[in-house]
Design a protein around this ligand. Structure first.
Ligand code: BEZ
Length: 212
């Protein structure tokens, strides 16, 4: 198993899922992707997480992001559990869950951290760009459910900074001012950022979000 780092090509794989067999790259096509693991079926935090992602799906779709979940439980277990998720979280589970019983994909993406748990995947998140490169890696312990608003916020930042010479400051949200990339010279700012800018320090220059 090789370590996966930011900027690496996301490893491709074939998988059995609740929506049929698939190839990861074929599933993603030209979209961005989120691959996230959860420790086990029929567990409370995972139930809320998978339900939340189903509720957020329109937000991910709006951003051209395809979502796929993974655990090392089997397909029958996933399908039975989905009924509980749909009942308790008031959703229709409209994205695939990988049944990675052999743990091949979990190992490929280093989702099993033996000193945390020998058997189950931790709560990993990989955001994958439409160039198939890894843009973000998060690892949460089993006892802490993830914040999916944060994932939407990061996607907004990643997609913005992929298209403009900007970075997003602490606690930035879509619509807030952004930081002008240090590589941009002061004299080039007016043509690149016609909405104006605020020069707080030579290295800290703020401008309204360019695509709003
Ligand atoms: C849960 O999803 O609730 C959970 C899973 C594994 C360990 C602890 C909690």
């Amino acid at each position: 198993m090789a370590t996966i780092r930011l900027g690496d090509l996301a490893p491709n794989f074939d998988a059995k899922t609740t929506k049929g067999d698939l190839n990861f790259y074929d599933y993603l096509q030209d979209s961005w992707g989120i691959l996230f693991s959860h420790p086990a079926d029929f567990t409370p935090v995972c139930t809320t997480e998978l339900g939340t992602v189903a509720n957020y799906l329109p937000e991910f779709t709006k951003r051209n992001v395809k979502v796929i979940a993974l655990s090392v439980d089997g397909l029958e277990s996933h399908l039975a559990w989905i009924k509980d998720i749909e009942e308790t979280q008031n959703v229709s589970l409209n994205y695939p869950i990988i049944a990675d019983e052999t743990k091949e994909i979990a190992h490929l993406y280093d989702m099993i951290h033996p000193n945390a748990n020998e058997t189950f995947t931790v709560r990993s998140v990989f955001i994958i760009g439409n160039d198939k490169k890894i843009k973000l890696i998060l690892t949460y312990p089993a006892s802490t459910g993830r914040n999916f608003d944060e994932l939407l916020r990061v996607i907004d930042s990643l997609q913005l900074t992929a298209n403009y010479s900007v970075a997003t400051p602490a606690n930035w949200k879509d619509g807030d001012d952004v930081v002008i990339a240090p590589a941009i010279k002061d004299e080039d700012i007016p043509s690149k950022f016609p909405k104006g800018f605020n020069r707080i320090k030579y290295y800290l220059r703020m401008t309204p979000q360019p695509n709003k």
